[in-house]
Design a protein around this ligand. Sequence first.
Ligand code: 5RP
Length: 249
Amino acid sequence: ARKPVAVRATRVASMAQLSQDELKQQAAWKAVDYVKSGMVVGLGTGSTAAFAVDRIGDLLASGELKDIVGVPTSVRTYEQAKGRGIPLATLDEQPKLDVAIDGADEVDPNLDVVKGRGGALLREKMVEMASAKFVCIVDDSKLVEGLGGSKLAMPVEIVQFCHLYTLNRLQALPEVAGCVAKLRMEGDAPYVTDNSNYIVDLYFDTPIADSQAASKAILALEGVVDHGLFLDMVDVCIIAGKEGMEVKE
Ligand code: 5RP
């Protein structure tokens, strides 16, 4: 079980004026304080993580950071980081990371999170599991009382082979009873991940009752590659809101 969450809150009056994007940027910049010269850094995917990637690129360019190696969690992030001049490696080349910085779609009070609405959940989970420290960065719109509670998608990456069969079996699992499963589409065609898989999005009316049990049951289905429940993985969560910044660890 995770240790009790310690909270450091900084009230910053000037943050009241910030837009949601500016709040994401504040959280991302704060997370980059955890990056020191010589580190191997997991680079997350999504609009919040993109601010951290840009910041690391800027600090490398100015010489404030040196000898960083980034491990990107998606093709999108690979392209962004390459464009910012960040030296890059894969998990094959750098299997042990010092820190990973990434956004999330939902964060519960235990710092368990849902990720993958951007479609990068598998590589994100692989990179973040390989990191000594996972720093999660969000604006406060991502906070929920229970995972699944935002009424937005909880993604599951599945193989393409007989995807409707897998979708139906997912929806029938008692551990996610009552969810509605939908194949993620991009225009008229199924959305295809960086790993050439499909995504089934699960929608809940009420939060998932037991996310550990749901995680195990979903992973046990043949045809499932991984899911967006990231349980007991976050070491530090930086939450930016109009009231100020909270660092939970
Ligand atoms: C991508 C992710 C993202 O981190 C998550 O969707 C949050 O994205 P954003 O920062 O754009 O809100 O898990 O797979």
